[in-house]
Design a protein. Sequence first.
Length: 487
Amino acid sequence: MADPKGFLNHGREVAAYRPVEERTKDWNEVHVPGSLLPIISKQAGRCMDCGIPFCHNGCPLGNLIPEWNDYAYRGDWAAASERLHATNNFPEFTGRLCPAPCESACVLGISQQPVTIKNVEVSIIDKAWENGDVAPRIPERLSGKTVAVIGSGPAGLAAAQQLTRAGHTVAVYERADRVGGLLRYGIPEFKMEKRHINRRIEQMRAEGTRFRTGVEIGRDLTATDLKKRYDAVVVAAGSTTARDLPVPGRELRGVHQAMEYLPLANKVQEGDYVVAPISARGKHVVVIGGGDTGADCVGTAHRQGAASVTQLEIMPRPGDDRHPVDQPWPTFPVLYKVTSAHEEGGERIYSASTTRFEGDDDGNVQWLHLAEVEFVDGRPAPKPGSERRIPAQLVTLAMGFTGTDRENGLVDQFGLELDERGNIARDADFQTNVPGVFVAGDAGRGQSLIVWAIAEGRSAARGVDCHLMGGGDLPAPIRPTDRSLTV
């Protein structure tokens, strides 16, 4: 145990944010650089090293949290990094982007504020990079087997790295111009600077993984050709079909899906544009959707100089504290969440439903009409007489995703079967109905968290390895049917 009285003597402290007026003028990460290390030993020392650590249950990766908390408390950064990497290929991603279900399951959280597991994690991996403790792990021998991975998001990268280290020759196909999937173009720079992706990709290249960007399977290369070239295929193409809002005025200029808007802002940071083709500058912005993607749109609009930002959510405002009956420990609760983007300004409207968009004579959106929502038999319905309109010159739809892309032909060319929710069906080994074709991440699970994507990639890699070699030693932290613990 790190410190037997740590949780008694020290309260919870988290990473400090840079001042709003400073951070909204740039695209750097919002945290104060170096603010974690002075407090991280005490924070890691709050871990109670429980006999039954439920943080393991909250995290699908099975992260060895009490172990690396102990090492971080003692300042043994190399050992902490080794324990962290034993279960997680990319802790610098999860330490910045994951909503930390492990903290919701922390036993200390029953009576106090939980351990800052996420902050300890990112401190360990940042220190590991600084100290040179992250090095390529080149396989001792090659298997002679080849694997194609479709998609370079967290699931695809995790599967590729595991399979490369097992000795297989792996090529990752990405339809965008750069590697990273939604990590690259869906996550704003202020949440995770892309240098973290770049150095991981360099590590993977040094290990032997090959990357093919600008190639869309189904269009640029058919599924038949891909199967001829490789002994196995992992489909990690994500759940990229965005949920739309079919209301009058949807066709007006200025109404965009979030994933039409966010990538362009990231491309400015990559140097592809001087100004984003879709920009919030000087405009009244409305973001429809109250989740993390919506918050990303809010923060992006602030940095682009929006005149105002309003975020709409159809559900009622969540509570501030966990309800002991409706959301008991150790489930992942739905609570009122104030992200760094929300701290920067704007209005949040709950129980609101968009009824239509109104435009000017040139076909540009100018107003959004909304109504209060009441729930009838568990379904939302506009409340009569509650309609009003708010200014909206840029609208982003951040309402989630409904499944993997069907338009590019990938699913149909492979002949893949779908489950009842529109995801690619797979068996207990993550293999689809087509022998040798596996699926990992959101393409098979549906929209989920980054830790589930990495866990899926690691588990699918084991399925592929066993398929190719008749057995293997790669770990499989989850089964395809596993789900987050809920009420």
